[in-house]
Design a protein around this ligand. Structure first.
Ligand code: SF4
Length: 210
């Protein structure tokens, strides 16, 4: 339980509920195989039933952390920072991203887009969710659209989402991990028939790294 002062600092983005931070290899999407420092911010109420980071949902389970400390840690490891969650846009990302930028770092976000866009970003990866659609303003800014394929109806959803992003946006279909044996062959077939898409696999899980 946070006191009022801490709660106010979190609302302003001066502190953020930090779930974990780690230096690893980006396992998914356009930057697969490249090293990056991940900052995982707690808090998400989108509620995907297949979510693989459900422990991120409740922000009160993650310590409110001064962004200065987060930035200081990040500068030690990599020039590329990936901010993920949870849903990082639950919070105001302005101060954190400005602080990272001031240190010359390149900043990526992985988001469902369900909340107002705050912060300064070099790369926006949108992973839209049917149950809480992205805010319309995010679509023209998206560099990478990554749609999770859990069942066949997700291909239709992916096409609907692809119509909303810019023409130079990178398009990825990624099997949801628990159904990957069933859905990966269908994605392979789909990409061969619709080559504007690429397949994204969660290679970090195959490599057994975070
Ligand atoms: S948006 Fe992401 S963190 Fe939130 S429930 Fe869905 S998969 Fe999990």
């Amino acid at each position: 339980m946070q006191n009022d002062n801490t709660s106010s600092l979190v609302q302003k983005g001066v502190m953020l509920p930090l779930m974990e931070e780690f230096y690893t290899i980006q396992g998914e999407g356009y930057h697969t195989g490249t090293s990056a420092y991940f900052i995982r911010i707690g808090g998400c109420d989108v509620g995907c039933h297949w979510c693989d980071v459900k422990e991120s949902w409740d922000p009160d389970k993650h310590p409110p952390t001064q962004i200065g400390a987060i930035i200081e840690n990040a500068t030690k490891y990599s020039n590329t920072i990936v901010i993920t969650g949870g849903e990082p846009l639950t919070w105001d990302m302005t101060l954190l991203t400005e602080g990272l930028k001031a240190n010359g770092l390149t900043i990526h976000i992985e988001t469902s887009g369900a909340y107002d866009m705050t912060g300064v970003w070099d790369w926006i990866c949108l992973s839209p969710k049917k149950i809480k659609l992205p805010k319309p303003e995010i679509y023209p800014r998206v560099d990478e659209l990554k749609v999770i394929i859990y069942n066949k109806s997700d291909f239709k959803f992916a096409e609907e989402q692809a119509e909303r992003v810019s023409t130079d946006c990178e398009l990825f279909l990624q099997p949801e991990w628990s159904v990957k044996e069933k859905m990966t062959p269908q994605i392979v077939d789909y990409v061969m028939k619709h080559p504007k898409w690429r397949i994204s696999l969660q290679t970090h899980k195959f490599l057994n790294i975070p």
